[in-house]
Design a protein around this ligand. Structure first.
Ligand SMILES: Cc1cc2nc3c(=O)[nH]c(=O)nc-3n(C[C@H](O)[C@H](O)[C@H](O)COP(=O)(O)O)c2cc1C
Length: 298
């Protein structure tokens, strides 16, 4: 699937119509989940669909959402996985895969922080030893962001022209808005070692520029965009800026989401490879306060 420009259009939806998902969209989502990336099995990841979202949201208030502020949605997915670092990263990776694919049918979503997994399990009546790492709100967007507009017109020649990518008429009218809140490529990528900012030409020669361009649109907790890439010959390190203000799980989700986005971008640029998430040793010095979260082998 060619998802590059969908990434530019993706936006967290915080206001939903009360209407539940249509049967067609439920089938679409169910089929998607059947086809989830194989990496999901490494985390024993489960998506539990919460049918009565509006009712649940009142009870969840205080236990999920920024500052305990729940986002009211007709449904949620509870993302269950083991409480291991690798599993939480995989939850981010696969959750974001679901989000990007749901967008193709105009279905809105938003990651929601889970502050108290045990309470949330009790409220949702889930008897499981796994942890609820996060919730994903799901439904049709209200006025805030009409996803149907992604099928509008686009400017010829822009990076988001998707004619050759299977989405011929995508509207880029939201891109400035979203892009304005994002870091520039040269703020997130280093060549060979930390601090060595490459020329965009060098990234172009390596075919990495598009993947990095679209990477910037990945969602992150509080829009912190904590990701950095160190490009070396044959491998790329993902480094995440640590943040004492937010939970470890949210930081690991940020890392997993970044991995999905970047890998997708590379695949769409015709670059094969795979992430290694464990047993990593930094190939170059990383400053204090930053963690090596994954290494992509090209
Ligand atoms: C792990 C994670 C947890 C998040 N939790 C919440 C949340 O609890 N409430 C909320 O309103 N947004 C939440 N968000 C959404 C981010 O605020 C949003 O992705 C970011 O501000 C960028 O905006 P965009 O997604 O519209 O591009 C979360 C995002 C991530 C990645």
């Amino acid at each position: 699937m060619k998802d590059l420009t969908l990434k530019e259009k993706r936006k967290s939806v915080r206001e939903y119509k009360k209407k539940k998902l249509s049967e067609e969209d439920r089938n679409f989502i169910n089929e998607l989940i059947q086809e989830k990336p194989l990496i999901a099995y490494d985390a024993s990841l489960e998506f539990v669909f919460v049918e009565e979202g509006i009712e649940a949201s009142e009870k969840l208030s205080g236990y999920a959402g920024y500052f305990g502020k729940m986002i009211e949605a007709p449904h949620y997915f509870a993302m269950l996985s083991k409480e291991e670092e690798k599993c939480v990263k995989i939850t981010g990776y696969v959750g974001e895969w679901l989000i990007l694919n749901a967008l193709k049918n105009g279905i809105g979503t938003c990651w929601i922080e889970v502050k108290d997994s045990e309470q949330v399990k009790e409220i949702l009546d889930l008897d499981t030893a796994k942890e609820i790492v996060a919730l994903i709100a799901i439904g049709y967007p209200k006025k805030e962001y009409n996803l149907k507009n992604i099928y509008g017109r686009t400017k010829k020649g822009s990076l988001s022209t998707l004619t050759d990518l299977g989405y011929p008429n995508i509207n880029n009218s939201f891109s400035k808005d979203v892009e304005g809140a994002r870091k520039a490529i040269n703020e997130i990528v280093f060549l060979n070692e930390w601090g060595n900012v490459p020329d965009i030409k060098e990234l172009e020669e390596r075919g990495l520029h598009e993947a990095l361009f679209y990477m910037r649109f990945a969602p992150s907790y509080g829009n912190l965009q904590p990701w950095y890439f160190i490009v070396r010959s044959g491998e790329i390190d993902l480094v995440i800026e640590e943040n004492k203000e937010i939970s470890n799980d949210m930081q690991l989700l940020n890392a997993g989401i970044a991995m999905f986005y970047f890998e997708e971008g590379l695949h769409n640029s015709g670059i094969k490879g795979k992430w290694d998430l464990t047993g990593l040793e930094s190939g170059s010095a990383i400053p204090e306060g930053y963690t090596l979260a994954g290494r992509y082998y090209l």
